[in-house]
Each structure stands twice: as structure tokens, then as C-alpha cells.
Design a protein around this ligand. Sequence first.
Ligand code: PLP
Length: 379
Amino acid sequence: MLYLDNNSTTKIDEEVLNEMLPYLNYSYGNSASRTHKFGWDANDAVKKARERVANLINAKPDEITFNSGSTEGINFLIKGVFEEYLEKGNHIITVKTEHKAVLDVCEFLSNKGGEITYLNVNKDGLIDINELKNAISDKTILISVMYANNETGVIQDIKDIGKIARENNILFMTDATQAVGKIKVDVIEDNIDLLTISAHKLHGPKGVGAVFIKRRFPKIKITPLLHGGGHEKGYRSGTINVAGVVGLGKASEIAQKLGEYKSVLKLRNQLEKELSEIEGISLNGDLNKRLPNTINVCISGVDAEAIIIKIRDEFAIASGSACTSAEVLPSHVIMAMYENEEKAYSSIRISLGKNITTKEIQRFSKILKKKIISIKNII
Ligand code: PLP
């Protein structure tokens, strides 16, 4: 069984798991315990993890706050900014193709007096910078644009968006869940104020993540989501998941050493070339501004679910995003790009992992082609 759904989640790295294990058995201290070695050891491990995560995105350790993953991070950042800056304004700008976590939080806030602008994307999945500029008003407090899309892999012009936000004294947040670990993300170069990370997208454990909050220039205030013991400088109360955080730290270190997914990109290009030989197949998303591991293709006239069923004993792939796959609705991302339901229902997502081999890609491509042709012949 070949796993080709790495944008949904990834296999935990052996090295990550090994580094986590001691914190699940004999080194089980609470990192907030100050009076004994169990606590000190746990605290040292959390400190090291914080440094590793910070290094991966060129942040400082005190700019990293650990949490349970990106859904929490997104809720915390958007709701926390909204509450804190309500006196300045109630306007948030985001994009139609964001992850549901962002869209649902924005919808929630629109029922609490928030005014939300949802930017359009073009057929390549990219926003129009002029539309963004025109959407800004003196009531705008936050611009939230995802770094890379989970369904298409499309990478927005984050640096330019961040620059516009900064010129207008507006906070800039990016959901970098899919980008961190696959491409270079540099919070300074990219003009990012707020960012979310999730460990399970970069071969770490599930249920752990982090947010980056820029400490200075501007000085940012955020209302916490959880109140309690004042952990994480009061931003996120609750006993730290030490083993999980250690896993995120190790996964970050490995990702930094690995650098960009260059070998994956080569294999993705090979697969794309082979798939392009199939009649009626077209790529969804910008050809170049895209994650190196992601292919989202529309197979004209063919139901994506039918293909998935035909290959699912051998290959794990997705149609739309896994987070919404419980609902049988056309992908909101593909709909925002093309306004075409048929295209949305005919699209599949293949997301490669860093350990994929040429042989595996060849086997997948051969079988996928065969199945598509057989479905087309039935039709
Ligand atoms: N944002 C994006 C772009 C994602 O792909 C996901 C997960 O699929 C999330 C947010 C939510 O992340 P988590 O699973 O850590 O809550």
C-alpha cells in the first residue's frame, strides 16, 4: 500500500519517535515543576524543542508558543487579535481558498460583529495583490493568507502580502501548516507577524503544534484562548505535552537539515509528465508557485471518487482535503478557482512524501493511467 496523502498527515519519523519515547516513560516530569530533576529535564527538553522550531522559521525561541496544532493556533491567533484590537477596527481580510479552520473562525467572528473580506483567487489559485490593497480600510486589523494551500499546493506571494500589511500597520498572519518543512519559510524575510505550524504535517506527532508571534516592532497583543496556569507566557495555559513538543522539535531539526523537497520535486515532475499524457487531464493550480510534493489534477468527465475506489487497495490518495472529506461537497478551493462543480468532482490530490522512490512513482502512474482509461471506456 503506497501512501500518497502526505498533505493530510505524514508518517512519524523513526528518529522523532525515538527522541519522544523517554518522555512518555521514565522521563515523565511536568515541564512546569521547578522543584526536582523530573521537572528540570522536561523543561530542558521543551527549551531545546523551542529552539529547533524557532530555527526552522528564522524566529527567536521566545516567539514560539506550543499548542495542540494548527486548528488551535488559527483559532487563537484570529480570535485573539480580533478581541484585542476591536477598538481599532473589526475588519479582517482573508481568502476564499483558506483552510476551513480559518474560514470557520472568520464566519464565527462575523456573527460577533466582525466584518470579513474574502479575497478571490484566479484560475491558478493566486490572489490579486491589487484586490488586497483595495480591500484595506482604516478598520482592517488583520490580513490572514495561507502560505501554501493544502489541496492544490499553491504558494501565495507571502513576502509581498506581508509588505503591504506592514506598510498599512496591519497585522499579517499566515497559516503555514503545509509550507513549514517542505519549503523555506523565513518569518523575517517574509514579513510575517503571526504564523501557525502543525507537527503531524512534517513527520512529527499528531495533536501538537506551535504559533509564531513576533515579539517586537510591532508589539502584538493577543487574548489567549485558554486560561489557567499561565503556561507559555500566559498565551496558552495547560500542562505542556512534553513528548509531543520534543517530537515537533526533532521533526523541525530534520526538516531544516533536509532543506527543500528537491528530490520530491523531481519525482513530482516525472509523475506530472506521465499523467499529462492521459487525454482530458489538466493541472489545478499555478505551475510554478506550488509545493514540491503536491499534484492536484482534474480528469475531465471522470468522477474522482470512482478513481479513488478503483485504486484504494494499493494507493492512498485524496479528493479535496481530508479535513472536509466527511462531507460530499465539491472542494471550496477548486470552486473558488474555476466556479465549476464538475471540475471539482473530477479532481484528485496526490501528495508525495519525502521518502518516495522512482519505482513507486512509476508503479502508481502506470496503474492510475490504466484505471482512468478503463473508467473512460465504460463511460
Ligand atoms: N491549515 C491547513 C492548511 C491544513 O492543511 C490543516 C490540516 O489539514 C490545518 C490547518 C489544521 O491542522 P491541524 O490538523 O494541526 O489542526
